[in-house]
Ligand binder design. Sequence first.
Ligand code: SAM
Length: 241
Amino acid sequence: MKNNEFIELLCKECKNQNVDITEEQANNLEMYKTLLLEWNEKMNLTAITDEYEIIIKHFVDCLECTKVIKDEEKIIDVGTGAGFPGMVLAIYYKDKKFTLLDALNKRLIFLQEVVNTLKLDNVEIIHGRAEEVARKEEYKEQFDASVSRAVAQLPVLLEYTSPFIKVNGKCIVMKGDNVEDEVKLSSNALNTLKLKIVDRFNYNYMINNEEYNRSILKINKIGNTPQKYPRNYGQIKKKPL
Ligand code: SAM
C-alpha cells in the first residue's frame, strides 16, 4: 500500500468508528507503521503484518481509548509491547505525557527509535516489571491514568497498574468480549486495591466477515493503594487477588 493510500484508509476507518483524527496525526501513525514493519523483520514486534489489519487492530483499536480519556495528562502504558496503546496515544495527544513500560527490553529499543524519528518529546520509556517499578517513590501514585491492552487477567492487571495511579486517577483497561467474566472475577481485587468501575465502553469491528467485540473499562481509584501492594511476581502469580 502506498503511504497516501494508508493515510486515507486510516482516516476513513477512524471516521467509521467516530474517532477524530488530523492529517498530521495520520501522517505520524503512517511513519510508525513503516518503522513497525521494518523492525518486525528483525525482531518479533507484532503478528499483525497486513496493513489494513494494522489500521484496524492496532491503530483504530487503540484510538478507541480517546473516547474515555478526558483531562488525564500523565498516563502510563503498562505492558506496552510495541507501543499499543501507549505510543498510538502519545502520537495522538502531543499535549499529554506518556510513560511506556515493559519488562522486555528489545521492544523498547524499537520504541526509542519511533520517539527519535517522530521527534516525540512527550514520551518516556522504562524497562522493568510493573510490580517492581510501581514500588519506587518516583512512580508510585504519580499518574493520572494507566492504559493497558493484552497484558494479564483483570485481577492481576489491576495489581500491576493501580499502584501507579493517584487517588481519583483512572485505570483504563482494553479487553475482548470476555470482559464480563473477568469483571466477575475481580470483585476482591477491586475492593482490596480501592477501585471502582465507573464506565464501560463497548465497540466492535469486522475484518474478513469476522466480528470483534471489544470493551474499554474505566476504573476509578477511590483510595490509596494499601502498603502491601503490589506484591512480588511470585505472590501475584500464586495467589491473584
Ligand atoms: N500491549 C501490547 C499490545 O496490546 O500489543 C503488548 C501485549 S503483549 C501480549 C504483553 C506485554 O506485556 C509484553 O510485552 C510483556 O513483556 C508485557 N508484560 C507482561 N507482564 C508485565 C509486567 N509485570 N511488567 C511489565 N510488562 C509486562
